[in-house]
Design a protein around this ligand. Structure first.
Ligand code: ADQ
Length: 496
C-alpha cells in the first residue's frame, strides 16, 4: 500500500464536490466563513494543503454576491492553506439540479426507491447545464500532473464536459451512494446519456462490489460497443480507444480521531452522566440524517415488536433515536418527519410507565464531542438503512467503543455490511421479527463475545481507515497491476 506521506509530496489535488467544505454565515452583519466537518474533509485537507490544492464546489449560500464569496474564499486560503474555488449557482439551478435531478431522481432511484422519483425533464436539462458549468469553471485551474477527483452523483456528467474540452489530465470519479441494479436503472429516461457520461472518466470508484456489479451489468446490457476486461478486483472498459478503470473502495473514517475523542476526560464524563440520567438502563442508539433511505419507520416497527415480545426487558432498555434535519425543502422529507413523530408517540404512549419511557427521540444535530459521548454510552448501535452506499455511523461507533463492550446491529443493505459482516449482527431491515430478535440477542450477548467481536471490528476499521481509502484509490489510478490493490468482499445472505 502506498505511503500517504509520499502521496502528499507527489501530486496536486483538485477535489470537486457539489458543496464546498465550508459554512458561510451571513445573516445580520459581516459574513463569516468556517470549515465544515466530516471525515472526507479531515482526510483531504492535508493533501490539499500540499502543492496548493484546490477544492471546487458550490458555497451553499445565496445571500452573498460572487465577489463577496471570492473575498471570503481568499481569506480562507490564507487561514487554511489551500484554495477554494466557488461555483456560484442561482436559486433556480439549485432547485432543479440539486433538489430536483440529484435528490428527487438520482438519490431515490439509486437507493431502489423509484416511487419517490419525479422524472421532470426540466431537472435533466439543468443537471446538464450545471455539470457543464462546473467543468467550464474548473478548466482554467487544471494542469497536466494534477490529480482530479470528482465526487458523487451530483457530478456524473462533469467528466464528459471536461473531455469535450480535450483536457489530457486523467479524471477520477467516486460514487458515494449505491449504483442501481439494471431493472431499476432502466427507469431513468436519460439512462444512456448517464452511462456514456460516466465512461468519460478514466477511473470510477464504487463503495462495494454490489454497486460495481450493477454498473457493469448495465454497461454489458445497454452499451454493445464497449469491451470489458475483468481482473481479480476491478474491470477495465475499453471505449473509443481509452481504458476506464472500474473498482471498489469502501470509504471509511478517521479511526484515531474518533477513538481518541472517546477517551477524552470530558467525553467519558458525559457518557457516564448520560447513563446515570437514564437510570443505568441499557442504551440502544440510532443516529441518522432525516432520510427515507435510513429505514427509520421500519426500525420503529422492529422496536415496537421487541417491546411486545419481550416484556421482561421493559424498564431495562432505552432506545435513543437521534435524527438530523436534512433536505427540508423536499415534501417527502416533511412527510417522513411527521410519520416518525407519530410512530414514536404511539409506541411511547403504549409502553411508557412511571419512571421509564422506551424511546427518547431527538431531532437536531449534535456536536462531534456529544455524538461520540452518546456512542460511548451506547450498549448497542442499531443501524438499519433500507439501502446505503456505506454508512459511516456504524464505523464511528466502533471507533468510539473504546471499552470494547458494544454490539453492532447492521442492515444487510448497508455497504458497510460487506466489511463488518463477520463481527456484527446483520438484519434485513424489512424483517420486523428479525430486527426485534436481534435487539434481544444483542442485549443478552455474553461479555466475552461482545469483546471479541468488538476487538475484531476495531482492528478492521483501524486498518481500513479513511487514509487507507485515499491511498488505495490513488494507487489504483496509478498502477496497471491488480496485485497491490486490496480485495473487497461482498455480502450475500446465506440460507439457514
Ligand atoms: P450519509 O447518507 O450522510 O452519507 P453516513 O455515512 O451515515 O450517511 O454519514 C452520516 C454522517 O453524519 C456521519 O458522519 C455522522 O456522524 C453524522 N451525523 C449523523 N447524525 C448526526 C447528528 N445528530 N449530529 C451530528 N452528526 C451527525 C453518504 C452516503 C453514505 C456514505 C457517505 C460517505 O449516503 O452511504 O457512507 O456518504 O461516502
Amino acid at each position: 500500500m502506498e505511503d500517504l506521506t509520499e502521496l502528499l509530496t507527489s501530486q496536486r489535488f483538485i477535489v470537486v464536490s457539489n458543496r464546498l467544505p465550508i459554512l458561510i454565515k451571513s445573516a445580520g452583519g459581516r459574513p463569516t466563513i468556517s470549515p465544515a466537518s466530516g471525515g472526507l474533509i479531515t482526510a483531504l485537507e492535508p493533501l490539499l494543503k500540499r502543492n496548493h490544492g484546490v477544492w471546487v464546489g458550490w458555497p451553499g449560500n445565496f445571500d452573498l454576491s460572487e465577489d463577496e464569496v471570492l473575498k471570503l474564499s481568499e481569506k480562507y486560503h490564507h487561514r487554511m492553506g489551500y484554495n477554494l474555488h466557488p461555483i456560484i449557482l442561482t436559486k433556480e439551478e439549485v432547485e432543479l439540479f440539486y433538489e430536483g435531478f440529484s435528490n428527487e431522481i438520482l438519490w431515490p432511484l439509486f437507493h431502489d426507491l423509484q416511487s419517490e422519483c419525479h422524472f421532470d425533464p426540466k431537472f435533466w436539462e439543468t443537471y446538464q447545464t450545471v455539470n457543464q458549468k462546473f467543468a467550464i469553471k474548473s478548466l482554467p485551474l487544471i494542469e497536466n500532473d494534477d490529480f482530479i477527483w470528482i465526487h458523487d452523483y451530483h457530478l456524473m456528467l462533469m467528466g464528459q464536459y471536461l473531455r469535450s474540452e480535450e483536457i489530457s489530465t486523467k479524471m477520477s470519479f467516486f460514487l458515494h451512494i449505491p449504483f442501481a441494479p439494471l431493472d431499476i436503472f432502466l427507469k431513468i429516461p436519460w439512462r444512456f446519456e448517464i452511462l456514456r457520461g460516466l465512461l468519460q472518466y478514466d477511473f470510477i470508484g464504487f463503495q462495494t462490489k454490489r454497486d460495481k456489479r450493477n454498473f457493469i451489468h448495465c454497461i454489458k446490457t445497454l452499451l454493445k460497443d464497449i469491451t470489458i476486461r475483468t481482473y481479480k478486483n476491478h474491470e477495465i472498459c475499453l471505449i473509443e480507444g481509452r481504458e476506464v478503470y472500474i473498482g471498489t473502495f469502501p470509504i471509511s473514517i478517521d479511526f484515531d480521531e474518533f477513538s481518541n475523542l472517546a477517551q477524552k476526560g470530558d467525553v467519558a464524563e458525559e457518557a457516564r452522566e448520560l447513563k446515570e440520567t437514564l437510570n443505568e438502563a441499557k442504551i440502544v442508539f440510532s443516529v441518522d440524517r432525516l432520510d427515507y433511505t435510513k429505514g427509520i419507520p421500519y426500525r420503529l416497527d422492529g422496536i415496537r415488536r421487541f417491546l411486545e415480545k419481550y416484556p421482561e426487558m421493559h424498564g431495562e432498555v432505552i432506545f435513543l433515536q437521534l435524527v438530523v434535519p436534512s433536505r427540508t425543502h423536499i415534501s417527502e422529507y416533511h412527510d417522513l418527519k411527521a410519520r416518525i413523530d407519530q410512530m414514536v408517540s404511539e409506541i411511547n404512549s403504549q409502553f411508557t410507565r412511571p419512571g421509564w419511557v422506551p424511546i427518547q427521540y431527538m431531532f437536531y444535530e449534535l456536536s462531534r464531542e456529544r455524538l461520540v459521548a452518546y456512542y460511548r454510552a451506547a450498549d448497542v448501535i442499531l443501524v438499519t438503512p433500507v439501502k446505503d452506499g456505506m454508512n459511516l455511523v456504524a464505523k464511528e461507533y466502533v471507533a468510539a467503543n473504546v471499552e470494547e463492550n458494544g454490539v453492532v446491529i447492521l442492515s444487510e443493505f448497508a455497504g458497510a455490511a460487506a466489511q463488518m459482516k463477520e463481527y456484527s449482527l446483520l438484519v434485513n431491515p424489512y424483517d420486523v421479527e428479525g430486527v426485534a430478535d436481534s435487539i434481544h440477542f444483542a442485549l443478552n450477548l455474553p461479555a466475552s463475545d461482545r469483546k471479541s467481536f468488538m476487538q475484531s471490528l476495531r482492528k478492521l476499521i483501524k486498518t481500513e481507515d479513511i487514509y487507507h481509502w485515499i491511498s488505495s484509490i490513488h494507487q489504483a489510478t496509478h498502477s496497471s497491476s491488480d496485485e497491490d490493490i486490496p480485495v473487497t468482499e461482498e455480502y450475500i445472505p446465506a440460507e439457514y
